[in-house]
Design a protein around this ligand. Structure first.
Ligand code: ADP
Length: 820
């Protein structure tokens, strides 16, 4: 007995112990029959026996000492038979230990029998507890195995059946408040089929009488210890449901809520059916424990999933930022963005950009299935109505996202001209769900992105919208950056172009301030851009009002005084959004040339008229008067005619010579020339022309006098300079021609002590037709061609000509010719 007791509480297995117990009773009481009857559904079945057959069955409700002892939970004693209950204090009756003796039963026999029965009970209880622990440990493994909780719960259902139920159902509570059945499992294949039909036809309904719904509502356990036809009706929705449930034949059921961190994740429904068992307290405890563990596992999996999801989002956004930052090309950025968005955020993606004038342009279209060309061509035929009250224009106008979980082609097409047509065209591409988010940069909405779920049949939720908004925020910055960059680039190009043109270009804003001042403007006016930008245009141009009045692309020529200089500007002004852009050109020289030409006409006609008048007068006198005996007078008149004709011819020669110079018809004939000899001849001739009134001298300070040049042209230059020196020295006609040289140059300097030349005119006197005193107020003749011809000739001789002068004190013209 003591041995049996030790075995019951420790090592031995229950069947072994039961066998030992039966043997001990048979021996101890010299029994005819001994058996342990264990409860199986509605019967008591002999599992270990001596004298009885194992498998011997007694119905629980029979009128037999065995059944009675079980029902009453107390010993029954007849003449030669004693039955002791085998009871689990928590769960109730396990079975009975029955004995039939050869002799009448005495109280000691009963005491012995009850002791053995209690030992058996203790062993069974211990075994059951161990089985529960093993079961929970196993369940724990299953639950910890995977983070895919749908799969986990299906495995859990496998574990539950048939250990804790003949069939079971697992339902989950969804975030949107509905219930979703994730697993059904039955030990009996027929019932499995019925469960699957039930799964299809009668999804769990929140708030219904279904056990799972009840457990979900209460967050606790719904108990149905004895299912009757009535209670079955109360938990079913209609006749068909009732019929299916009848086939499942639950006799006893419990539904346990899955609760973790005060959240109800779902419910597991356990049902005993064909095994005829009932859910006792210990089952409930076990089921609840299982439910708790499952809930924790689901919670962990969900947390992990959301954590994973969050990590994925972050990874996605990081990738997005990389892609977006990789290019400053606007179109490239948009295309990359659209590519990135599919299929992560939708099956297709359209990016809209707000263009000047409120036009909404589809800047990029991408489709995960590669049908973007098709979608693009369909969309192209349907421009967006910019002021539509819905869809993309609304998002762009309000800057607020739009999520349409249940979208359709027609709802998606609501912002175009002919929505039906577009919807039809899109018809073959199912539109399931859409979201549209604004592109906002620097507080301005610059466009929107539309994400469409089509073939994936995905339903967009708040989390998707948040991600889309996050992406859009980054994209907007990228788009804005590339825009700014392009603008800056264009500006830089424009500025470069502006600076490369010779014309002055400047922009004056509405407030009259100079905003742009190009290099041409700097050169023409001598005012640096840095000094004028941001200052009123009137500070540059004295006659600004007249200039400001110039408007139109055709330039007008206006006078302007800039920094004390009087200029003629050909200027045109074109109004732009930023003010008025003016383009101008300094035409002072052209104007002067025009003036010079008219001066030349005046000069030449004057120059021609004087000798012509003299010739005409002399000829008339010769024709009309009788010169008999006045031969000297006649001769003087003829001489006048000859001289004046020569002067006329010289003027004409000058003009013709300039014509030859400019048409390229003049050819130099270089030869070895004695420079001093040429200078000497020129001085002598000049002295001759000037006569008594002048003193022309040569000073040659050079030994080597030979140069390679055209002697005739050199002479022409020196004659011209000497003539001018004489002409412009009214009082002190002392003129010097100095000749000297160094290794490289032969120099001829013609110096006078005449009227001199003002500093500002020193370069201009070499211009064609330029005369300081065009109207010959001083009575000095000239065409303004002499110095021009000199310069042209000297340059053709590879030399240079310059002048230095002090007004009133005289001038020195220097001709330098290279020595070869
Ligand atoms: P022209 O003598 O026929 O007027 P030029 O071309 O020879 O034409 O000279 C241009 C102008 O330069 C002259 O009108 C005169 O005003 C000035 N000039 C030329 N040589 C001298 C000089 N030696 N002294 C002062 N002025 C001079």
């Amino acid at each position: 007995m003591a041995e049996l007791g030790r075995a019951a509480l420790t090592g031995a297995t229950v069947p072994q112990l039961v066998a030992d117990a039966v043997a001990a009773v048979a021996e101890g009481l010299s029994a005819v029959r001994v058996a342990l009857f264990e409860r199986r559904a509605d019967s008591l079945v002999a599992t270990a026996a001596h004298g009885w057959e194992t498998g011997e069955t007694v119905a629980v409700d029979w009128d037999s000492p065995i059944a009675r002892a079980f029902r009453e939970g107390d010993s029954t004693i007849t003449e030669t038979m004693a039955v002791a209950p085998v009871r689990d204090e928590r769960d109730g009756m396990i079975g009975v230990l029955a004995v039939v003796l050869a002799e009448p039963v005495v109280p000691d026999d009963v005491i012995f029998l009850r002791s053995v029965a209690n030992l058996v009970a203790a062993a069974v209880v211990r075994d059951r507890a161990e089985a529960r622990l093993t079961f929970l440990a196993e369940a724990g493994h299953v639950l910890a195995e995977s983070l895919d909780y749908d799969a986990t719960l299906a495995t859990l259902a496998d574990l539950v059946v048939p250990r804790l139920a003949d069939w079971c159902i697992v339902d989950l509570a969804e975030e949107d408040g509905t219930m979703r059945r994730v697993a059904v499992r039955a030990a009996d294949p027929d019932k499995q089929r019925v469960l699957e039909t039930l799964h299809r036809e009668y999804p769990p309904v929140v708030g219904s009488g279904q056990p799972a719904a009840q457990a979900l509502a209460s967050g606790g356990t719904a108990h149905f210890s004895d299912f009757t036809s009535d209670s079955l009706r109360a938990t079913t929705l209609d006749e068909r449901h009732f019929e299916l449930m009848t086939q499942l034949d639950p006799r006893s059921a419990i539904a346990v809520a899955l609760v973790a961190q005060d959240r109800v994740f779902g419910a597991i429904t356990f049902a005993w059916s064909e095994s005829g068992r009932r859910y006792e307290e210990s089952d409930t405890v076990l089921a609840e424990e299982l439910g708790r563990r499952a809930a924790v596992a689901i919670d962990n999996a969900r947390l992990f999933r959301s954590e994973l999801e969050a990590q994925r989002r972050i990874a996605f956004l990081v990738e997005a930022s990389d892609v977006l930052a990789s290019s400053l090309d606007y179109d490239e950025t948009l295309t990359a963005l659209a590519r990135l968005a599919v299929p992560r955020l939708g099956d297709w993606c359209v990016i809209y950009i707000l263009k000047p004038g409120g036009i909404i342009e589809r800047a990029a279209v991408e489709h995960a299935g590669g049908r973007q060309e098709f979608i693009r061509s369909v969309l192209e035929a349907h421009p967006i109505i910019p002021n539509a009250r819905v869809g993309v224009p609304a998002v762009i106008r309000t800057g607020r996202s739009e999520l349409e979980a249940e979208a359709s082609p027609i709802s998606t097409a609501s912002d175009v001209d002919k929505p039906e047509e577009l919807a039809n065209a899109l018809g073959e591409i199912a539109v399931h769900s859409t979201m549209c988010v604004p592109l906002i940069a620097r507080r301005r909405t610059i466009g929107a992105i539309l994400f469409v779920s089509a073939e994936s049949r995905r339903v967009f939720g708040e989390a998707d919208l948040r991600l889309a908004e996050e992406l859009a925020a980054r994209a907007a910055v990228a788009v804005d950056n590339s825009r700014l960059f392009n603008e800056a680039e264009q500006r830089a190009e424009a500025a470069e172009a502006l600076d490369s043109i010779a014309d002055g270009v400047f922009l004056v804003d509405a407030g009259g301030m100079v905003r742009i001042w190009n290099a041409g403007a700097e050169t023409t006016t001598g005012i640096a851009a840095a000094d004028i930008r941001g200052r009123p245009a009137s500070t540059v141009f004295e006659g600004w009002d007249e200039i400001a009045a110039v408007e139109g692309a055709t330039p007008r020529t206006v006078p302007a005084t800039i920094q004390g200089r009087e200029l003629w500007l050909s200027i045109s002004g074109v109004p732009s959004s930023d003010g008025t852009a003016y383009a101008f050109r300094d035409v002072t020289a052209d104007r002067q040339l025009d003036r010079l030409k008219s001066d030349f006409v005046a000069t030449v006609s004057h120059e021609l008229r004087t000798p012509l008048a003299a010739v005409y007068g002399a000829a008339l006198t010769l024709a009309e008067r009788d010169f008999t005996g006045r031969e000297d007078l006649r001769r003087a008149l003829v001489t006048t005619i000859a001289e004046q004709a020569a002067r006329l011819s010289a003027i004409v020669d000058d003009i013709l010579f300039v014509g030859r110079l400019e048409s390229g018809g003049l050819r130099l004939e270089p030869a070895a020339v004695d420079a001093v000899a040429v200078a000497h001849a020129a001085v002598e001739a000049a002295q001759l022309r000037a006569g008594e009134s002048a003193d022309v001298e040569l000073r040659a300070a050079t030994a080597s006098t030979t140069i390679e040049t055209d002697a005739g042209r050199l002479r022409q230059v020196l004659d011209n300079l000497l003539d001018n020196a004489i002409k412009y020295s009214p009082n002190d006609v002392a003129i010097e021609l100095r000749v000297d040289s160094d290794d490289r140059w032969m120099r001829f300097a013609v110096a006078d002590r005449g009227v001199g030349i003002p500093a500002g005119e020193l370069t201009r006197i070499f211009e064609k037709f330029y005369r300081l005193d065009p109207h010959q107020t001083r009575g000095v003749n000239g065409t303004g061609l002499g110095l021009y011809v000199c310069r042209e000739l000297v340059e053709r001789m590879d030399g240079r000509i310059s002048v230095s002068s002090v007004p009133g004190r005289g001038s020195t013209f220097l001709v330098e010719l290279p020595r070869r």
